[in-house]
Each structure stands twice: as C-alpha cells, then as structure tokens.
Design a protein. Structure first.
Length: 246
C-alpha cells in the first residue's frame, strides 16, 4: 500500500462526517462513491486525490478540532433532534466543522462533554479498555447505607447490562432533608448509567453532573460555555488512549 493511501472508512471518519463504524455501515449500504463510482467493499483504499462522496456530499479533509463543553441541563447530546429540542452543537454556533459529541449525557444531566470531528479519536476515547475515568456528582433522595453503596462496585444487573462504579465517595448528607450528595466514578458509561444504578438501589437521583473526564475539568467554565482543548491536553489524552492526536 502506498504511503498516502488509507482505508475509505478512515477517510470518512477523518473528514468528520461519521465515526469509522458508521462509515463502514454507509459503505455497505451503497451510500459512498469514490470518483463518482459506488463502492461497497470495506477496506477499499483511497488517496488524497480521490474524490469521495457520502450520500451526495463531497468530503473535504477538515482541520481536526477538539472542544470541551459545559453542557447545561435541558440540552440533547446529539447533533439533531426530531422533537426540536436544543442540541449540544447549538452551543457552538461559531464552529464550522461537522462536530459530534464523544458519548452522551442525559437531557437532565449537566457537565463536561467533549465534541470533535475526529471519529477515530472519539471511538478510542469511549472504549472502556482505555480506562478514561469519568467523575459524576449526584444529589439523591435518601441517605444510603454503606452496604448499598458497596454494591455499586460489585455491579448491579439491569437487563443485559451490568452497571458498575469503580469508586464512590459521600460528599455530604442531610438527614433532615433526607438527601445525600455522592461522587461516583465510572470507566464504562452505559446509557443513563448512574441513574439506573441508583434506581436499582432504590434512590432517586435529583440532580446529576459530570465534573471530570480523565484529567479534564470544568474549571473556568459556566453552563453553556466551551473551549478548545490545548495541545498539552491533547498530548496527555494521546498518552491515555494510545493514539497520535495532532
């Protein structure tokens, strides 16, 4: 393979159109053309000179961008919503690249979320084998027994999912108001992970916020704010996920 050749699905992901997995699906569905010819074979090689179209859209190699966003409650962690609700990309109106969120935060959950147009980076960062810790602060109804909280580390079965936390800490409790504030640390992040764990233990989550992703925090940001990751932060993430992010 020539040095300037790359797999078609990688080209699509690097252009910010879709993740590599989604790109593979688009290829199999016959929605990708190379030099005006439909290509349905995974692993097809292309060069920078080849014209690539996805669903009629000609791809350009965008500058890779990486943003840290303080998502407020009441915002969908998606690039579009069929119910007309505010989506995460609405918070970055000045960004021209086709960015998408790395993972999700629930509609009613606030906190730190990353957005990028680098599909490979997103997939690697989300994979549990790379061990990116995510710290949440949850206000719950009730004052849990230590035995209940220990169960989170062992795991709670909910349907096909085993919901686990790698750590937890009681930050405060108010027996008069019957509320507790917990810090919960996850590595794997399933859909509504913290809320489902608490529900299985019999505690209602009143408020939930993701305060930390790997070593990244919300310092200096207010809800709705965002900033680009610094080269130093990207280099450190590179070390965590084993990918050369430039």
């Amino acid at each position: 393979m020539a040095n300037n050749e790359e797999r078609l699905q990688k080209r699509i992901a690097q252009a910010g159109y879709a993740s590599r997995r989604k790109a593979e699906q688009l290829i199999l569905e016959g929605k990708v053309k190379v030099n005006h010819q439909v290509v349905t074979t995974l692993g097809t090689k292309v060069t920078p000179k080849d014209l690539v179209e996805v669903s009629g859209v000609q791809l350009e190699n965008e500058r890779k961008v990486y943003y840290l966003v303080y998502k407020p409650r009441g915002v969908i962690s998606s690039v579009k919503d069929d119910k007309g609700r505010k989506v995460i990309t609405d918070l970055l109106p000045e960004v021209s690249e086709r960015i998408f969120p790395v993972g999700r935060l629930d509609y009613d959950t606030s906190g730190l979320i990353l957005l990028t147009n680098d599909g490979d980076f997103a997939n690697l960062l989300m994979h549990p084998s790379h061990g990116a810790e995510k710290k949440y602060v949850a206000k719950i109804k009730g004052v849990p027994e230590p035995s209940d909280l220990k169960q989170m580390r062992k795991g709670l079965r909910d349907g096909k999912d085993l919901l686990k936390a790698v750590g937890y800490k009681i930050l405060s409790s108010d027996r008069r108001k019957n509320t507790t504030i917990l810090e919960i640390t996850l590595i794997e992040g399933k859909n509504r992970h913290v809320r489902r764990m608490m529900d299985k233990l019999g505690y209602q989550v009143l408020k939930l916020k993701r305060e930390k992703y790997a070593f990244l925090t919300l310092d200096g940001l207010q809800p709705g704010d965002y900033r680009e990751l610094t080269p130093k932060e990207l280099s450190k993430l590179n070390a965590e996920i084993g990918k050369n992010v430039k």
